[in-house]
Design a binder for this molecule. Structure first.
Ligand SMILES: Nc1ncnc2c1ncn2[C@@H]1O[C@H](COP(=O)(O)OP(=O)(O)OP(=O)(O)O)[C@@H](O)[C@H]1O
Ligand SMILES: [Mg+2]
Length: 321
């Protein structure tokens, strides 16, 4: 996936590949700017005018990247829904929440306005918006930031989608509401078999919800593995760095948080080899020069895919405190 820029084309995301079964959740993690949002916006056909995605995104026999706009529109908001990172960009400021929610149900479900209103109020109640029957008649700007985020979540869940792409859905919410929303997503998954792509910085959310985790850095996949492996047996130095940057209740005084040294990459100046190599404490000249493919880690971790030229044992041995 590339963007045309005044400095020339930038390959913002490259070789991204994953599949998701009914009822499964994949966590998409990585630092700011690693390409999490753009890769999923590409799947939804919502890249900016200077962006272009190539490849395939199959859903129930359709290639989303090749669908005509009208056909894509029928799927979007109905079978495939997205909770956007910034609620204000996807809520229409000129329409009440009631109109925006009932419109979705009228359009995709063929409901009458009254029946749609009832369902919409229930959806707001399910995301713990107090006094939903009154508040639904307000405009988006009359909601607080956290409440707007919950309105977005309720809207995305209205049609009980088969696939839900959730882009940092709980970041602006306090932890108790966050836990309720995660519970709600789990219920949706259990009751409707919804598959979820959860984009998040929060590895706590990953631990609570995800089966698989895909770790992105500079738009390149560093590691793809079952969530437990990512937490307990990470095989890529970048994943280890991410885990080191997470606060743990169990962290004692002698177990300080470790930030990954350096800054996120300049996408137009990525090295020929591993995107993470300029910041990696284990990088050798091979890592800088050779572009590593995503390979099985082998051994007891055959199901872990990693893009690192070091063996998991070397990575573990080189782990810095
Ligand atoms: N229209 C555009 N033109 C050029 N580059 C863009 C455009 N939109 C996004 N980018 C670049 O694509 C890269 C990936 O951005 P993206 O928004 O996917 O990051 P992210 O992982 O979602 O980050 P965050 O965690 O901050 O939301 C960034 O380097 C960004 O600057
Ligand atoms: Mg983003």
């Amino acid at each position: 996936m590339r963007f045309g820029t005044p400095e020339g084309p930038v390959e913002a995301v490259s070789n991204l590949s994953f599949s998701l079964e009914r009822g499964q959740t994949m966590g998409l993690v990585g630092e700011s700017g690693s390409g999490k949002s753009q890769s999923m916006l590409a799947v939804m056909g919502l890249l900016a005018a200077n962006g272009r995605a190539t490849g395939q995104a199959s859903f129930n026999g359709h290639d989303l990247l090749a669908l005509q706009p009208a056909a894509l529109n029928r799927l979007r908001g109905d079978r495939i829904a997205m909770i956007f990172q910034d609620p204000m960009t996807s809520l229409n400021p000129y329409l009440t929440v009631e109109r925006q929610m009932t419109e979705v149900l009228e359009l995709h479900r063929g409901l009458r306005r009254k029946a749609a209103l009832k369902l919409a109020i229930e959806a707001l109640e399910s995301v713990k918006i107090p006094d939903a029957a009154r508040r639904i008649h307000l405009y988006p700007h009359e909601f607080s930031g956290g409440m707007r985020q919950r309105v977005m979540i309720a809207m995305a869940l209205l049609c009980e989608p088969d696939v839900l792409i959730a882009d940092e859905p709980t970041t602006a919410l306090d932890v108790t509401v966050q836990a309720q929303i995660i519970g709600l997503l789990r219920e949706l998954q259990r009751d409707h078999g919804t598959a979820i792509v959860m984009i998040t910085h929060d590895l706590g959310v990953v631990a609570g919800l995800c089966d698989e985790v895909l770790v992105l850095y500079g738009g390149r996949t560093m590691e793809k593995a079952p969530a437990n492996d990512v937490f307990y047996r990470p095989t890529h130095p970048y994943t280890i760095g991410l885990l080191g940057a997470v606060p743990h209740l169990s962290h004692g005084d002698d177990e300080a948080l470790v930030a990954i040294p350096g800054a996120p990459p300049n996408m137009s100046k990525l090295p020929a080899g591993c995107a993470f190599s300029p910041r990696c404490t284990l990088a050798g000249s091979d890592c800088v020069a050779t572009r590593p493919a995503l390979l099985s880690a082998g051994g007891d971790q055959a199901h872990v895919l990693r893009a690192c030229l070091r063996s998991p044992a070397e990575v573990r041995a080189g782990r810095v405190a």
